[in-house]
Design a protein around this ligand. Structure first.
Ligand code: IMP
Ligand code: MG
Length: 179
């Protein structure tokens, strides 16, 4: 895998220490509240697990999966729910865990979709944020790292389903996705 990456952008250690900070902040903000952490598969599976472990207050865990890019690096803006939640969200505090916010279209869709279930609150935690790529204005409440416009892989993030198990978050060589 390493031959396909240019360089490490965010190391595993940096990710882990940032997630501890986010978990501590979230534990403080939601103390005494009925919190559900909703991970977005598959990209955020690793971030969600680490964040869940870093949250020290009672918290439930659920997952959603929505349709993604396929083997491309561009968002289609069309979303389909492939796996929905087990829990009712009515009156509960919902925190979405996403791997990266790029155009913002996925988070916009998810916010609208989940808001229909009448949660008490709805916020977003994203490990990575590429604000320069935004097409729609969305709020990211807990942010790990703001990054420039590079296509990155690792720590759950993929290109065509590969590289998710790379330990660090790495910049993919453009020749890999321009092939
Ligand atoms: P958005 O709808 O454009 O904000 O895209 C969000 C989704 O696109 C993320 O959940 C990722 O699955 C994917 N994505 C965006 N940028 C990258 C990247 O640099 N590497 C891997 N996946 C990405
Ligand atoms: Mg994703």
């Amino acid at each position: 895998m390493l031959q396909d990456v240019d360089r490490i952008l965010v190391s595993h250690e940096q990710v882990q220490s940032k997630i501890q900070e986010l978990g501590a902040q979230i534990s403080k903000d939601y103390a005494g509240k009925d919190l559900v952490l909703v991970g977005i598969l598959k990209g955020a599976a690793l971030f969600t697990s680490d964040l869940f472990r870093a949250i020290t207050i009672p918290c439930e865990l659920d997952f959603m999966r929505i349709s993604s890019y396929g083997a491309s690096t561009k968002s289609t803006g069309v979303h389909r729910v492939l796996l929905d939640l087990d829990y009712t969200l009515e009156g509960r505090h919902v925190l979405i865990a996403e791997d990266i916010v790029d155009t913002g279209l996925t988070i916009k869709f998810l916010r609208e979709y989940l808001a229909q279930r009448s949660p008490a609150s709805l916020r977003v935690a994203a490990l990575l944020d590429k604000p320069s790529r935004r097409k729609v204005d969305v709020q990211v409440d807990y942010r790990g790292f703001e990054i420039p416009d590079y296509f990155v892989v690792g720590n759950g993030l993929d290109f065509a389903e590969k590289y998710r198990n790379l330990r660090d978050i790495c910049v993919l060589k453009p020749e890999v996705y321009n092939k």
